[in-house]
Design a protein around this ligand. Structure first.
Ligand code: NAP
Length: 268
């Protein structure tokens, strides 16, 4: 299938590592030009150089997206370089464990890291997205549907992202802009690996989680998330909007009977 993304321009936030990096690479594999907006610099600059050597565009913009001016700068720089925006993928974020004990200031600070920049980027990119009849894909989390415990702010941010996906799909349908969300559950990324390392026995914890995933008892790959995102950003999903998609091997929704026997076998 030709996704018709050749020479289209996509902004990907947090595109230097993990799921964001996979999204950047999937867009470029389809011929798109990408602006990667990321807080740290090393991996983003290395990716930009790697693709420049192949004659491909993977522009790196250093930005801490918890600052509103940085969000504006990402859009301005994209317009300066390419003059258009066809897709915006809001991905940057982290489950930061700001729970009920952390207090209101920590809660609000987490929302700036995980939620407000999703709104700000759409706000600043709106004219360009209207001009291209572009697409927005928001990366959420299964936590928005299941809860997790100990992470009130992240759960609130991801819940709001589901709501905003529907809200913006309604707002922007008259302009031909589609808005969808992709919700990972268990994907091995630098962030996830850091969390596993905080546990007493990371390997055993990983095996326990894998046993709970109905399809093939394995984590979803970042590439599997990325390909779903890039498809949703493409005109080949031209009548899909306001959808919340879970590429998670059935982890969030399938009948617990699917996994109880596997988990029991592994524990015996
Ligand atoms: P990751 O490995 O930490 O990669 C995230 C990237 O985003 C990093 O390069 C990070 O930059 C960047 N970033 C984070 N906050 C930023 C900010 N304020 N401004 C600019 N860049 C920022 O994380 P991941 O696991 O790929 O997660 C990506 C998305 O998927 C997140 O929204 C997360 O909530 C969601 N998710 C992941 C999983 C999973 O299993 N991995 C499950 C559910 C949802 P630095 O290099 O500076 O850290």
């Amino acid at each position: 299938m030709d996704l018709e993304l050749k020479d289209k321009v996509a902004i990907v936030t947090g595109g230097s590592k993990g799921i964001g990096e996979a999204i950047v690479r999937s867009f470029i594999a389809e011929g798109a030009q990408v602006v990667n907006a990321n807080r740290s610099t090393a991996e983003g600059e290395a990716m930009a150089a790697e693709y420049a050597a192949q004659g491909r565009q993977c522009v790196f913009v250093q930005a801490d997206l918890s600052e509103t001016d940085a969000c504006r700068r990402v859009v301005d720089e994209t317009m300066r370089r390419f003059g258009r925006i066809d897709a915006l993928v809001n991905n940057a974020g982290a489950n930061d464990g700001v729970g009920l004990d952390a207090g209101p200031d920590a809660f609000v600070a987490s929302l700036w890291r995980n939620l407000v920049h999703y709104y700000s980027l759409v706000h600043f990119a709106l004219d360009a997205l209207k001009a291209s009849r572009g697409a927005i894909v928001n990366i959420g989390s299964k936590v928005s549907a299941t809860g997790q415990g100990g992470t009130s702010a992240y759960a609130a941010a991801k819940g709001a992202i589901n709501a905003l996906t529907r809200e913006w799909a309604v707002d922007l349908a008259p302009h031909g802009i589609r808005v969808n969300a992709v919700l990972p559950a268990e994907v091995m990324t630098p962030l996830y690996a850091r969390w596993l390392e905080t546990l007493d026995d990371p390997a055993a914890a990983q095996r326990d989680i894998e046993a709970l995933i109905p399809l093939e008892q394995r984590f979803t790959t970042a590439r599997e998330i990325a390909d779903a995102v890039v498809f949703l950003a493409s005109v080949r999903s031209g009548h899909t909007t306001g959808q919340i998609i879970y590429p998670d091997g059935g982890y969030t929704h399938l009948d617990r009977k699917c996994t109880v026997s596997t988990a029991a076998q592994l524990q015996s």
